[in-house]
Design a protein around this ligand. Structure first.
Ligand code: HEM
Ligand code: HEM
Length: 189
């Protein structure tokens, strides 16, 4: 019989921490009110913080897509004994984080494409027209700039709550939940 795992596999750990860093940095470096500045005709390529925000955000999306593929293929994740409500709360939080990891960048693409603003990325990469978005019926549904800002705030609040829960597991419940997302220590002989 296989012994239950105490740690996530290394690929899941790398995906988790790279994505967390990309999302947090994109948020922190997200310049305030730059949607309005773009609507007033400012070229986003002339602002390094906008270029970095968009590049890190798209990196987070690309990592999340690859991570979802790995999620299907990977070895079983570690399991811990905890009350049913805690198990369900953790699953619901992870599920919502997954949705937001894709919805935040997608809403940004709808905001840019819908208003005809360019996508500006590191290395001078630039996409001026996204006709498949501009002419999509989806752009009419809502103000995607406002929606993106709202979802961007939501992912930060939820991941903050998720981090507090992980720290609570570590220091109060003293189980192995937080350690499961960190590299396993080598056992002494
Ligand atoms: C997952 C990572 C991301 C997070 C956490 C995030 C977060 C945010 C937040 C909180 C704002 C509001 C800033 C303010 O006005 O005070 C914002 C605005 C914006 N972000 Fe992101 N963002 C992410 C990814 C992206 C990506 C991938 C793009 C481009 C493809 C992008 C483009 C924009 C644009 C254009 C605005 C201005 C929206 C408007 O006011 O019309 N963001 N972002
Ligand atoms: C933007 C920031 C973050 C996002 C989007 C995020 C997202 C996620 C997701 C989707 C999972 C499920 C992983 C899987 O099934 O492969 C997860 C697990 C986990 N995260 Fe995060 N996370 C973030 C930040 C953090 C931080 C700052 C900590 C620690 C302080 C942390 C600790 C953990 C732990 C311990 C697990 C495993 C929990 C379990 O299996 O019950 N995360 N995270």
């Amino acid at each position: 019989m296989n012994t239950p795992r105490s740690h996530y596999d290394i690929a899941s750990q790398v995906f988790h921490w790279l994505t967390a860093m990309a999302v947090l940095t994109a948020f922190i470096l997200g310049p305030e009110h730059f949607g309005r500045a773009m609507r007033q005709g400012m070229d986003p390529a002339t602002h390094w913080d906008i270029v970095l925000h968009e590049s890190l955000g798209l990196l987070a999306m690309a990592l999340s897509v690859l991570r979802l593929v790995w999620w299907v293929l990977r070895p079983a994740k570690p399991r811990f004994d905890m009350p049913d409500w805690m198990q369900k709360a953790s699953q619901a939080t992870h599920g919502l984080l997954w949705v937001l990891l894709l919805a935040v960048p997608l809403s940004a693409l709808l905001a840019l494409g819908g208003k005809g603003h360019p996508l500006t990325l590191l290395g001078g990469l630039r996409i001026d027209d996204m006709p498949w978005i501009t002419h999509s019926a989806l752009v009419e549904l809502t103000d995607w700039g406002d929606m993106h800002s709202l979802l961007g705030d939501a992912i930060l609040w939820l991941s903050g709550l998720h981090a507090v829960a992980a720290i609570f597991h570590h220091f109060v419940l003293k189980d192995g939940v937080l350690r499961s997302m960190l590299p396993a220590r080598k056992k002494a002989n």
